[in-house]
Each structure stands twice: as structure tokens, then as C-alpha cells.
Write a new protein. Structure first.
Length: 253
């Protein structure tokens, strides 16, 4: 394993502690031009509790778009339900449902986009030790007067994320400060994702502000456009949580 990956895992809380938790909960406030472009202004600026399963790709949002609704993400199915478990909307194989013409997203498509993103974000850098993940250190990158070590990551096909190839940038403390990828469900749009205001919650360190910008061919961001933002607080780590939904376990393990 690359020394920078080892250092980063320790800086964010350590692998042994990570392996002892099953879920992460946090208050999540989303915003950004992408939500408005896709007709999902109702999701912007409204706090929701996000629950991320650390062992399988599963995320829930409560509330989701309406006070009594929850949103559920897995790679192979998304759904909108009442808190009583009544399915209001569902979508199988959601990744294949996206068009590249700028058309509005349904509530189930939005759950896929945001759920896929947050599962990736919350599980890094710990997920870099998973089988099949390839990491290669590349040339450093200087940003706002700071020089960060850079690692190109290639995820296996079984790891559902924005794009198989991504780049992570680490500061001298081992903290992830930037994350580059292409959003395949949006036509491969290149993005530069900046992580700010890292704070310690219990045994773990997480950024509390995330800002995502369009990225040019020179790797520089267009900071005039905030594609997505995520403000995150009240992180909670749960060791003994039960799976959130039986139908998800079979499709995600």
C-alpha cells in the first residue's frame, strides 16, 4: 500500500476503528447549480439526516423531498417511501435511466446521484484498501499556495461510483483536500471536489464543507460555478446497527 494511503487512513481515524462501525449518520444540507438544472430545487438548502452503511453500498435520507418521506439508495435500486414503508416511487437499475440531454431528474434518480456520491465520499480513504482498488501516486499538485500529493485511483467494476478513474489529493497531514472525477451519469462531466473544515467527531475526522466545481482540461476548477455543495454536521458512528432494508442486502453484498 502507498505510504500516503496508510497515512491518510490513520489521519482520518484508523482502519481498526473503521472496521468496528456499521453506519455513519450526519445532518446533510445540499445545494448547487446541478440541483436547479435537474429540476430538484426542493432538495436544495433543506437539512436531512443521511445514513451511510459502511459495509454495503446503501444510503438513506430522512426526510426526503417531503416531511414524511425517506429516500433509499443502492446501486441497483432506489426508492422513495413513507416512514411506514409504503413505496411511493421506485427505480430498478437506476444508473441506466439517465439521459445526457439535461432533462429533469425524478426523485428516484436524484436519490441515485446523491446516494452514490455520499457513499463514495463517506467511505474514503478507508475504501482504498478494498480488493481490486488500484492506487498510483502521480505528480504533486499546487493549489492556493499548498502542494498536495496526488494519487490516481482505479476502482473495480463492482464499486459503483461516479467514474472508475478518480484522483485524490492529500495535504501534509494526510487529509483528503481535493477529489477529481467525471460524473458519468451527466455525460462524463469533469469535476473538482474540494473538502474544507475538517473536524474530529469521536474517533474520526471528516470534512464539514464540500464544494464541487467544473474542472477544465488543465485540472483547474471554475470557481464561479458551484455544481454541488454539501454542508455536514452532527456525525454519529454506530457499531451495532441493523441493516436498513432486507431487499437491499441481497443486491448490495
Amino acid at each position: 500500500m502507498l505510504d500516503i494511503i496508510t497515512s491518510s487512513i490513520e489521519a482520518h481515524g484508523g482502519l481498526s476503528r473503521w472496521e468496528g462501525i456499521r453506519q455513519i449518520k450526519a445532518t446533510f444540507i445540499p445545494d448547487g447549480a446541478a440541483l436547479k438544472l435537474r429540476g430538484q430545487e426542493a432538495f436544495a438548502g433543506r437539512p436531512t439526516q443521511v445514513t451511510v452503511d459502511t459495509r454495503v453500498q446503501r444510503v438513506t435520507f430522512d426526510p426526503y423531498l417531503a416531511p414524511a418521506q425517506i429516500g433509499i439508495y443502492t446501486p441497483f435500486r432506489t426508492a422513495v417511501e413513507t416512514r411506514d414503508g409504503i413505496v411511493l416511487e421506485g427505480l430498478d437499475n437506476p444508473r441506466h435511466s439517465f439521459a445526457f440531454d439535461g432533462s429533469p431528474w425524478t426523485a428516484s434518480q436524484l436519490a441515485y446521484f446523491v446516494g452514490c456520491a455520499l457513499w463514495t465520499y463517506f467511505t474514503l480513504p478507508f475504501s482504498l484498501v478494498l480488493d481490486g482498488v488500484q492506487c498510483e501516486e502521480i505528480e504533486p499538485w499546487t493549489d492556493d499556495g499548498e502542494t498536495w500529493r496526488a494519487v490516481r485511483v482505479i476502482f473495480p467494476k463492482s464499486y459503483v461510483t461516479h467514474s472508475r478513474e478518480q484522483t485524490l489529493y492529500f495535504d501534509d497531514k494526510g487529509l483528503i483536500r481535493r477529489h477529481d472525477y467525471a460524473v458519468e451519469i451527466a455525460g462524463g462531466s469533469p469535476a473538482a471536489h474540494y473538502l474544507h473544515d475538517h473536524q474530529k467527531f469521536g474517533d474520526f475526522v471528516f470534512p464539514t464543507r464540500r464544494r464541487i466545481y467544473p474542472r477544465g482540461n488543465d485540472r483547474r476548477p471554475n470557481r464561479e460555478i458551484v455544481l454541488m455543495s454539501a454542508d455536514l454536521t452532527d456525525f454519529e458512528f454506530i457499531a451495532d446497527a441493523k441493516p436498513q432494508d432486507d431487499w437491499c442486502v441481497d443486491t448490495c453484498d
